[in-house]
Design a protein around this ligand. Structure first.
Ligand code: SAH
Length: 484
């Protein structure tokens, strides 16, 4: 974090604004409206400051003097806005010596705090800062937010403020309260207030509170959510919404850690492993854990790579919930086969080449592939083999032994849809060696079938790894614009 943001309580506190120009007037007005006792220190006032004094906001006094070190003693906050470097520096040095927070307008280097751009729906306030790097950008963002937030948000926040103690007394559990407030802000209570019907909003809030009180304990639930193959843009809207609501998330090793960044910041994060050969939490313990957490009243997010019902053991995880009577939702995800096919440019079906598609696993319970169990295979179908990289040689050999020729096209796509995506193609004879030479990292998917031949033409997505390799292999004299 660049700077640490806070909101200061300045009601009744003495603050100095040194300067008589427009910047001084703006700061003095804001400080006065936050209830501070503001001393505006300037021998001469320019029109914006004169106008401010004419308005005579409560708590503002003008001292027609030059700033002298010592004036700052006892001040809660000081602003230097003379525009004169020597004076501003004197103000800064005097405050720094006493540890008084000081800001010099337009000079982050002479400031111990920065003044944000404000979107004010008091008591709701949004403060935006670019850390001094791009104040215009911060202002643009603020004006966009101004148009997004109805003025009535202030009223909504005030209503919540009035009800806070009562809600706290009725719902002693913090997570329970959190969920209650989310229902208030997402629902009819907030709608009424925003539409100007404050009394209706309050009545609805009280009705919800009574409903919760009768429940006696917060009710937990489980969201079994498919997070897709890696690219966070491939999440569904529903997945994202539930990720933003979770109190706790249990996640496998996901293709992209960026997915976890989208889970609600306050949610507790529990990795449950599932690397090859390294199950940090055995499946039955995991199922029990889901039940326990939901029984504590938590909204539990079980985040899974790809789709939860495709080689994801999602069905097994639900069994325990059903037995325990825990409510749940299941959200489909883009499975690795689809993500890989689209991002690598290998259609799963094609009118001319492949009329069907099968999804298989290269890793059975004993760890060895058993491709024979699903034979025979056809040359005009696409086979997508999950968990097939570790046993690639055996997988290819078994496919050759069950009806597919040696020259049958096959590819491995590693870390598909992420910036690290890598595609290695060949056929059932050459692929294992090529893949091991490329030192592919998991997760990786094996695709076997005639549409693999279309890959060089249809490939459109280049991960950073591929782009780097392509760059390294370009002849320095080659200046063509198209892909190599
Ligand atoms: N439920 C998941 C599959 C879980 S099994 C889904 O629907 O996608 C884990 C296997 O999925 C990995 O061994 C790998 O074969 C495949 N996989 C998952 N993400 C992948 C990715 N980004 N790129 C390539 N393969 C992936």
């Amino acid at each position: 974090m660049h700077h640490y943001p806070i909101f200061l309580k300045l009601a009744g506190r003495r603050c100095l604004v040194v300067g008589g120009g427009e910047a001084a007037a703006r700061r003095a007005r804001d400080l006065a409206s936050a209830g501070a006792r503001v001393e505006l220190i300037a021998p001469v006032l320019e029109p914006p400051c004169e106008r401010l004094l004419d308005e005579a906001p409560e708590g503002l006094v003008h001292r027609a003097e030059l700033f002298r070190a010592g004036m700052e003693a006892g001040a809660a906050l000081v602003v230097g806005a003379t525009g004169d470097e020597a004076t501003d520096r004197t103000v800064h040095d005097a405050c720094a010596a006493r540890g008084i927070p000081v800001n010099v307008a337009g000079r982050p280097s002479l400031s111990s705090y920065l003044t944000p751009v404000l979107v004010d729906r008091s008591p709701l306030q949004l403060a935006i800062s670019s850390g001094g790097a791009a104040p215009v950008l911060a202002r643009q963002i603020a004006s966009r937010l101004e148009t997004l937030l109805p003025a009535a948000y202030g009223r909504l926040a005030r209503l919540a403020g009035r009800m806070r103690d009562r809600v706290r007394a009725t719902l002693p559990d913090r997570d329970w309260r959190l969920r209650f407030w989310e229902r208030v802000f997402d629902g009819a209570a907030a709608e009424s207030v925003l539409a100007g019907r404050e009394a209706d909003g309050e009545a609805e809030l009280l009705r919800l509170l009574e409903q919760e009180r009768c429940r006696a304990a917060p009710q937990g639930e489980v969201f079994l959510v498919g997070a897709g193959p890696g690219d966070p843009d491939l999440l569904t809207f529903r997945a994202l919404r539930l990720m933003q609501r979770a109190d706790v998330v249990l996640y496998d090793r996901l293709a992209a850690p960026a997915l976890l960044d989208l889970v609600r910041k306050e949610a507790e994060r529990i990795p449950v492993g599932k690397r090859r050969g390294q199950h940090t939490l055995p499946q039955d313990r995991l199922n029990d854990r889901l039940v326990e957490l939901a029984r504590e009243g938590k909204r539990v997010l079980r985040l899974k790579g790809g789709d939860p019902f495709l080689f994801g053991r999602g069905g097994e995880e639900l069994e325990g919930l059903i037995d325990a009577g825990i409510p749940f939702q299941v959200v489909p995800g883009v499975t690795a086969a689809q993500g890989t096919a689209c991002y690598a440019g290998i259609p799963l079906t094609h009118r001319d080449y492949a009329q069907s598609c099968r999804m298989l696993t290269g890793h059975r319970r004993q760890g060895q592939p058993e491709m024979g169990a699903h034979a025979p295979y056809r040359e005009d179908e696409t086979l997508v083999i999950y968990m097939g990289l570790a046993n690639l040689a055996a997988v290819c050999e078994q496919l050759r032994g069950h009806g597919l020729p040696e020259a049958h096209p096959a590819a491995v796509v590693a870390q598909a849809t992420t910036p690290e995506q890598q595609v290695v193609s060949g056929n059932l004879r050459t692929l294992p060696e090529r893949a091991s030479a490329a030192r592919l990292a998991s997760p990786a998917l094996v695709i076997v079938g005639p549409t693999v031949q279309l890959q060089p033409r249809l490939a459109w997505y280049r991960g950073e790894a591929e782009a780097r390799d392509a760059e390294a292999s370009v002849d320095p004299c080659w200046t063509g614009g198209a892909r190599g």
